[in-house]
Unconditional design. Structure first.
Length: 250
């Protein structure tokens, strides 16, 4: 029988936690009693302080996921500092809009390094801790853009389809050890980062095609995450959960 700790004994790592979806995910996990390890290219100390002020536990560690050596060093530091990881949320992403003709080999590799290589490296480094206790949850962030990518998202949509493949493969590798691996696929979600990079017309176009006709927010995704990392989702693995208001693509 797989070992299951209570929420207030579980350690969760959230990447891309400085804002947007990552911040919302971290707050939801903290509210349910998880100890958090937060990472991003920019400091997450303010979020860690917010969590601590509400009685939670959070550690902020900077890491540039575009640097594989930094990712491996971060994982080693986490295990040295907190001893184990129960939940890994691979949320961080690099999402430049670029037409096909302007996608250089360097830009393509940067996108793949952050969006695909980093989740792989973190899963490889942190899953042995989960295997030892025969319980773990890995949640990757896909994107509804893979089902209907607009122009300018060739590299990003390709990376997120790769994330879906990675999710399925990791689920196969780790399922016998009590570890589930799933992906959440959001639609276009409004937060400070996306609002700065996307024109208002894009949000309106996506909203008008959704069954639920309003713009998605980070809080719309936290319920799916809370379920997938819970004991209630113990027999769900290798799945992509579309949380996009019925839009299923841009």
């Amino acid at each position: 029988m797989p070992h299951s700790t209570s929420f207030n004994e579980r350690v969760a790592v959230v990447t891309g936690a400085a804002g947007g979806l990552g911040e919302a995910f971290a707050l939801r996990l903290a509210a349910s009693g998880h100890e958090l390890v937060l990472t991003d290219r920019v400091p997450c100390d303010a979020l860690a302080a917010r969590i601590a002020a509400k009685g939670g536990r959070a550690t902020a560690l900077a890491c540039d996921l575009a640097e594989p050596a930094a990712v491996e060093g971060f994982a080693a530091h986490v295990l040295e500092r907190v001893g184990r990881v129960d939940v890994l949320v691979n949320n961080a992403a690099f999402m430049p809009m670029a037409p096909l003709a302007s996608i250089t080999a360097v830009l393509w590799r940067q996108i793949m390094t952050v969006n695909v290589d980093a989740p792989f490296l973190l899963a490889r480094a942190l899953s042995p801790s989960m295997i030892r206790q025969r319980w773990g949850r890995i949640v990757n962030l896909a994107s509804s853009s893979v089902w209907g990518p607009p122009p300018g998202m060739t590299a990003y949509a390709s990376s997120k389809m790769a994330v879906i493949g990675l999710t399925r493969a990791l689920a196969s590798e780790l399922g016998a050890h009590g570890i589930t691996v799933n992906a959440i696929s959001p639609g276009l979600t409004r937060h400070a980062g996306s609002a700065a990079n996307m024109p208002p017309a894009q949000f309106e176009a996506v909203r008008s095609r959704q069954f639920i006709p309003r713009t998605e927010t980070p809080d719309d995704l936290t319920g799916a995450l809370a379920f997938l990392v819970s004991d209630a989702a113990a027999f769900i693995t290798g799945q992509v959960i579309n949380v996009d208001g019925g839009g299923f693509g841009f």
